[in-house]
Design a protein around this ligand. Sequence first.
Ligand code: GDP
Ligand code: GDP
Length: 437
Amino acid sequence: MTNPVIAIVGRPNVGKSTIFNRVVGERISIVEDIAGVTRDRIYADGEWLGSNFHVIDTGGIDITDEPFMSNIRMQAEIAMEEADVIIFLTSVREGVTQTDEHIAKLLYRTNKPVLLAVNKVDNPELRADVFDFYALGFGEPFPISGSHGLGLGDLLDAAVKAFPEQPEEEEEDDTIQFSFIGRPNVGKSSLVNAMLGEERVIVSNVAGTTRDAIDTTFEDEEGQKFRMIDTAGIRKRGRVFESTEKYSVLRAMRAIERSDIVCVVLNAEEGIQEQDKKIAGYAHEAGKGIVILVNKWDTLEKDNSTYKEFEEDIRRDFQYLSYAPIIFVSAKTKQRLNKIPGVLKAINEVRSNRISSSVLNDVLMDAVAMNPTPTDKGRRLKIYYMTQVAVKPPTFVTFVNDVDLMHFSYERFLENRIRAAFGFEGTPIHMITRKRK
Ligand code: GDP
Ligand code: GDP
């Protein structure tokens, strides 16, 4: 099930990123920190009175060389396409501007709920000026102040109320949901089409749970069902933003949410790029199964060491994905595409594995004997026991005397011992440390 999406639209400087940061608070992920995208992040999780949602700051998506007005249009289009509820942000300081009117015109075309918010209403005297904004045609404006945190509660109340009814939870069956994610032009939609040529499609074009998404279901010889989550099918010709990096990250994150396993697609022709790392990082962080596909393998002049060198590059650049299998494929020649279903199946299986506590604690005892627990200021970390609390992804809780004594590196070591003992190829493992009561 995916959470509803709120998009914030408005001309520059009305306070979009200020509001975005207020709403998402301090939810900064580790990967965002590592990849250095915290400053320019545009998509994050939010929560208000028990409702979870995603927020997009469309202001963060722009194309440098495009004129101002096309960027504004692009942002409005992305909001209308991706969001369930749109917050149209303006500022009381400048009043209603021409650009505001232009954005309003674009937003009239949507049938999604639009909430008009007037920002920078920092004190009650400014409230009188808010009435001018009725002229934009979106009903009663919400006066807010991003810097003072005023009025946001009422705005979010209204946003949550405007969320669409969630469709019934899809039946939990054993269908493996997967997607191809990656930068523009790595070959995602070619892979989708090539897979459809290979596999026996039993139901095509299943309307997805989210707007516009068209998924495809197929089945292998053993009757295992797969649902291929569409990520590229919503492409419409001639829209400039399809090729922007920020938008492709946004699309990838939406696909990741809906998948059990994601195929991170790289382009053999272009090698590994920064953007690939960000996209893969999100999948890892989300705890999804991961396969790395090096597509367009047909384009390389190969010798004996080509595979090895490419694999080494991947292992170096994606260190946190050491568990992910790599397949060298070609959507064009269909080379090795037939391997994909089997690999997905294997990953799906290990993600569901449950290790009994007694077996786990044997591994733990061996691990501690091999590499004594760390100490800090004369105190030693004491590990009492470990237990698996969840699957998909496999999640282990280690009970200790003092959580602060558990170093990241020791936790990593324990994870490696678990992997050495039980495999878990293709899936991240979540390690949690708790103080024993
Ligand atoms: P964006 O371009 O729409 O993302 O706008 P920013 O969030 O970057 O904000 C633009 C400027 O407006 C910054 O200098 C903010 O500090 C300021 N700002 C944002 N919210 C408020 C507010 O509620 N009151 C006042 N006085 N200034 C604000
Ligand atoms: P997407 O943006 O990731 O969905 O990429 P597309 O599937 O649209 O592919 C981008 C371009 O790469 C198209 O011109 C494809 O024909 C080409 N392409 C995709 N896969 C392969 C491949 O395996 N080999 C070669 N040579 N070209 C490919």
